[in-house]
Design a protein around this ligand. Sequence first.
Ligand code: NI
Length: 166
Amino acid sequence: MALREILVWPEDCLKKKAEEIGDIDFQLVSLAEDMVQTMYAAPGVGLAAPQVGESKRLIVLDPNAKDSPGHPLVVVNPLIAEGFGKEYGEEMCLSVPNFAVDVPRYSKILIKGLDLKGKPIEIEAEGFLARIFQHEIDHLNGQVIIGYASSLKRSIYLKKAKKGKL
Ligand code: NI
């Protein structure tokens, strides 16, 4: 396992749609392990492959990362099969340092995807866990939380980022 560098917006890899994963090979399993380690070290509650420079549809998350880490969820090709309700909550992102914004998300979702053995999985999530899933899946579609900010807030952040003053 190895720690990976977390890319910071506006890196290109964070802005493009990640590719569907075909074969789940040794390299992918190894990437997932690195991502889990990187997430805990950051520390964060979720990480998507594009954040470490791999444009692949792979996410890892652990809503209890801060209090009792050790039970990470890893989902290959995750998608939101169903979504219910709507709630706002403040989000931050390891790829968008020193930035927080209120983001509307489904309150409850059904996630479908594959585990690292290629077996189909379904996960029902609500509240904080549902929010993390939706945040990480946004990353796979080239979307970061900056997209939810007002254009003024966004342009101020972009100016700071260009000056290297985040
Ligand atoms: Ni993020």
